[in-house]
Design a protein. Structure first.
Length: 609
């Protein structure tokens, strides 16, 4: 209660849960509360509902809470849903680690980095388990991650920072060499292997100098080949390990794995078409960011991105869904900049100079004195360690395919570029052509034709509903003639031919409106199951609770179901020995097996009373 109260007030003040500053504090508060609830067996979002009680109790003194009630609840719910997705796996790791009697620094870091466990949650859980946490080891891993993040942005490390990395051991390697990334200017170069290891089918190679961009800042890593005398290695992915080493993952397509390859001279070559597809998406991301700020306002702020070959995903802060007109305007603005073929200029400069240019930092990272700025003059300037096209015209096509919400106040745009965008337009054209042919209408009147069909269907649906209601009323009158007395109350237990569950509910409502004080069971056969509906009018619901009657009756026939005291639904397996054989032309018939079961259920309720 105390944690959700804190979260409600802080989020109500405009702080969004995140991985930095005040947002990180409130994320830790929420995750500790979620962890506590998890230990109590509550494994679904709950805190967002409690935030409503906080608002209800405090809104008179803090009326702004009432204004932001829904936004606060949505943000808390989003946090709960995200954390609960990884909580099961994290708890398994925690339990395995706890069996050793101490949570190691590496396990505590993995819980934090992979499963989103703040260290205070891990310590709190450990205290309940009676085990210790290696907080010093955890701190070392966090420091390595900080240095890795700095290296990812292409920023140089101080001698002290390098020494920390140099003493960090990973898979038997003490990093004494720091490979040099030359991929901004070189696509192929001569270098040598300084380390390689193998884990099942995944071979990892570190080379002295590399043209391969390692996955970071939302941009996926390069692919390509590393070739030497008598072997060829296919690089399927490039990323960083925790010590900041640039790891080239893949397998040998010629030759085989051997430790003797360490020190061997090789040729490292990136897959240029693959890199260009990524660069089209990355440069388009910068244009998209600028277009969003131009159309929606300068409050737009990037919250995350993913750049893949021919595709991009861009998360940004904006308080409401974009309209179709705004999406179209953003798309047109980006495309205008593409065909205007602006230059993309990359410069290294001081942090102060970058700030004077109005350069935007994507993720609010902490930067050194020297930063790398990607500028499209007059349009965009951003701190970015990724690779880019030299001209915006190389993007080719740009097409927004979706705009959705991912959390309260956070929107997501997905878009295609280049050949991927062209392929999507071809698919759309084919679908429109098929629809036009199927409906016998020209493309220019296709929307109008679909609207006509919808209107016709709506008319038919209303007519069907009208006739269904007449039919149900007629059935109700016939069923009431089969009513019997149970403890002085009218009751019916009938099998109805050819009705689905929705129509059974309509029939129950009609019976209650016609019959006054009434209880009973309706049954029909749906897909080799006997569907049951129990009902009671309000006047007799306490004496004949439909939900309890249905549960007792269905369990007797190895079925299930439930509901309220006035209406309950369920099913039992198809039983040839009890199924009703309806004479031709007869719609309803007394269902003896269900009638007997109904009476036994009522008797059991009385005995319990």
């Amino acid at each position: 209660a105390d944690h959700v109260r804190a979260a409600t007030f802080v989020i109500g003040e405009g702080v969004r849960p995140s991985n930095k500053e005040q947002g990180y504090v409130i994320r830790r508060v929420l995750r500790r509360a979620i962890g506590a609830l998890y230990l109590l067996g509550i494994k679904e979002p709950l805190l967002y509902r409690l935030s409503g009680h906080v608002t209800e109790q405090m809104r008179h003194a803090y009326p702004e809470l009432e204004d932001r009630r829904e936004q606060v609840a949505l943000m808390i719910k989003g946090e709960e849903e995200r954390f609960l997705k990884t909580l099961d796996a994290g708890m398994r790791l925690f339990d395995d680690a706890a069996h050793a009697g101490k949570i190691s620094g590496q396990d505590a870091f993995k819980l934090h980095d992979t499963h989103g466990f703040p260290i205070d949650l891990t310590k709190w859980l450990a205290k309940h388990k009676g085990v210790e946490v290696d907080t010093e080891g955890f701190g070392n891993h966090m420091e390595i991650q900080r240095l890795k993040s700095k290296a990812n942005w292409g920023l140089s490390l101080s001698q002290g920072e390098f020494n920390k990395l140099a003493t960090y051991e990973l898979t038997g390697l003490i990093s004494k060499d720091v490979e040099e990334f030359l991929g901004y200017t070189e696509a192929e170069l001569k270098t040598r292997i300084i380390f390689l290891t193998k884990n099942k089918e995944d071979v990892k190679i570190i080379i002295e100098q590399s043209p391969f961009y390692a996955e970071s800042g939302g941009q996926i890593g390069d692919t390509g080949t590393i070739t030497g005398d008598g072997f060829k290695f296919r690089v399927s992915q490039t990323d960083f390990d925790i010590a900041g080493n640039r790891i080239h993952h893949g397998k040998f397509i010629d030759g085989s794995f051997s430790q003797k390859l360490i020190g061997v001279e090789v040729s490292a070559e990136i897959d240029i078409p693959h890199r260009r597809k990524i660069e089209r998406a990355h440069t388009a991301t910068h244009l998209l960011h600028a277009a969003l700020r131009a159309v929606l306002g300068e409050h737009v702020k990037q919250e995350g991105s993913l750049v893949e070959p021919g595709r991009l995903r861009f998360d940004f802060y904006h308080p409401s869904p974009m309209s179709a007109e705004e999406i179209a305007e953003v798309e047109k603005q980006v495309y205008d900049w593409v065909i205007e073929n602006h230059a993309s200029v990359v410069k290294e400069m001081s942090k102060d100079e970058a700030e004077s240019k109005g350069a935007l930092a994507f993720f609010g990272e902490k930067y050194g004195d020297k930063v790398r700025v990607v500028e499209i003059p007059g349009i965009s300037a951003e701190l970015c360690g990724g690779t880019h096209l030299k001209q915006t015209g190389e993007i080719g096509m740009f097409l927004i395919i979706s705009e959705t919400g991912v959390a309260a106040g956070i929107r997501r745009i997905e878009a295609l570029v280049g050949n991927s965008a062209f392929a999507e337009l071809l698919r759309t054209r084919d679908v429109v052509g098929e629809l036009s042919s199927s409906l016998g209408s020209g493309r220019d009147v296709l929307v109008r034709k679909v609207d006509e069909i919808k209107q016709n269907l709506s008319t038919v649906a209303k007519e069907l509903e009208h006739f269904t209601n007449l039919y149900v009323k007629m059935l109700a009158e016939k069923i009431l003639k089969k009513a019997f007395k149970e403890e002085g109350v009218s009751a019916v237990t009938v099998w109805v031919q050819g009705l689905e569950s929705k129509s059974l509910r309509l029939l129950a409502d009609a019976l209650k409106s016609y019959g006054g004080s009434l209880t009973g069971i309706l049954a029909t056969t749906v897909e080799k199951q006997i569907r049951l509906l129990a009902f009671s009018s309000k006047e007799v619901a306490k004496k004949f609770p439909a939900g309890i009657i249905l549960k007792k009756l269905s369990s007797e026939f190895k079925g299930g179901g439930g509901g309220s005291s006035t209406l309950a639904e369920g099913s039992i397996p198809y039983r040839p020995d009890i199924i009703v054989r309806t004479p031709k032309g007869v719609i309803i018939i007394e269902f003896k097996a269900i009638k007997d079961g109904f009476r036994r259920a009522v008797k059991a309720i009385r005995e319990e009373e």
